[in-house]
Design a protein around this ligand. Structure first.
Ligand SMILES: NC(=O)c1ccc[n+]([C@@H]2O[C@H](COP(=O)([O-])OP(=O)(O)OC[C@H]3O[C@@H](n4cnc5c(N)ncnc54)[C@H](O)[C@@H]3O)[C@@H](O)[C@H]2O)c1
Length: 287
């Protein structure tokens, strides 16, 4: 386990962000830090992308929050257990500290067809199971680890990143689609089982967003162009859109929203039409 630490905040609230070094996880880490939370970040980076990780930690620190980052494979049982123990030790150093937010934003799946030109060009058992393990099941094990150490409280929030692929199909996206459907199901179960303790769990369905994970999908450029044409707002989703929505859902006034999939996509998913929309001139106050 590689651990990077930058601590100075007196805040008792911590967010555990799985996938904190990029995309939605990075933007949410920075946004929640600006909202007064300290950040435990879990990520899986090689030396080449570590400057970006250090930059994210610096932004967290600049907002007066603490950042403790773990460079591990979040799907590895031993690494997860060691990290949860380290999280517990850190929280114990400041009595009253607890995990206010857990966010699952891991992108580590196999892309490809189920039925390629040959078995070698098709997703195999190991790839499908690995995708389901990292992108869905790991949520359950992380939440269990935090729950059984009593590190959450009433008002704690759990979020998991899903996509329209959880309920519709795309080429090469079969295993990730299955993982998203499973992830949403895990969120519902967690919401039911932890609801009595005042803990909420929701899936956040982002629109197609230009991130490193997105760029790995074959035809990603075409997907971005289609998303742009479909999106009623006229622009694609950004990581910051999701980060702001999660900060909003952390408000006490959102304490009764649980067990659902919340779209943060500008309405992209509901549009079943690709073409030029031509908004009428709505007059003063609209643009
Ligand atoms: N980008 C999109 O268009 C889009 C849309 C909807 C949902 N999502 C979902 O949002 C989530 C985050 O995607 P993103 O686009 O922000 O990706 P990203 O590539 O920008 O970030 C992925 C993060 O996950 C971490 N990670 C990956 N595998 C890991 C592992 N085994 N252990 C620890 N950390 C690991 C990376 O280090 C990184 O911090 C994914 O679940 C993705 O499916 C993405």
């Amino acid at each position: 386990m590689t651990k990077s630490v930058s601590t100075k905040s007196a805040s008792k609230e911590w967010a555990l962000i799985l996938g904190a070094s990029s995309g939605f996880g990075a933007a949410t880490s920075i946004e929640l830090a600006r909202n007064g939370m300290n950040i435990f970040g879990v990520h899986f980076d090689r030396a080449a992308t570590m400057p970006q990780v250090n930059g994210i930690m610096q932004k967290i620190k600049d907002s007066g929050a603490s950042a403790v980052f773990f460079n591990i494979n979040a799907a590895d049982e031993q690494s997860r257990e060691e990290t949860v123990e380290e999280v517990q030790r850190t929280l114990e150093q400041s009595p009253g500290s607890y995990i206010r937010v857990i966010m699952h934003s891991l992108a580590f799946g196999s892309l490809g067809p189920y039925f390629g030109k040959s078995p070698a060009e098709s997703l195999n058992q190991r790839q499908v199971e690995m995708t389901l393990d990292v992108m869905a099941s790991s949520l359950v094990y992380w939440v269990q680890g935090i729950y059984f150490k009593n590190l959450m409280r009433r008002g704690s929030r759990i979020f998991a990143m899903t996509s329209s692929g959880g309920h519709s199909v795309l080429p090469n996206y079969g295993a990730v689609s299955a993982a998203k459907a499973a992830l949403e199901s895990h969120i519902r179960q967690i919401a039911m089982e932890l609801g009595p303790y005042g803990i909420t769990a929701n899936s956040i369905m982002a629109g197609v967003t230009d991130t490193p994970a997105m760029r790995k999908i074959p035809n990603s450029q075409q997907m971005l162009e289609i998303a742009l044409k479909k999106n009623p707002t006229g622009r694609p989703t950004s990581p910051e859109d999701v980060a702001k929505a999660i900060a909003l859902l952390c408000d006490d006034r959102a304490s009764f929203i649980s067990g659902v999939r919340i779209g943060v996509d500008g309405g992209e998913d509901i549009v079943n039409y690709i073409g030029q929309s031509s908004p009428h001139d709505l007059g003063d106050g609209h643009s």
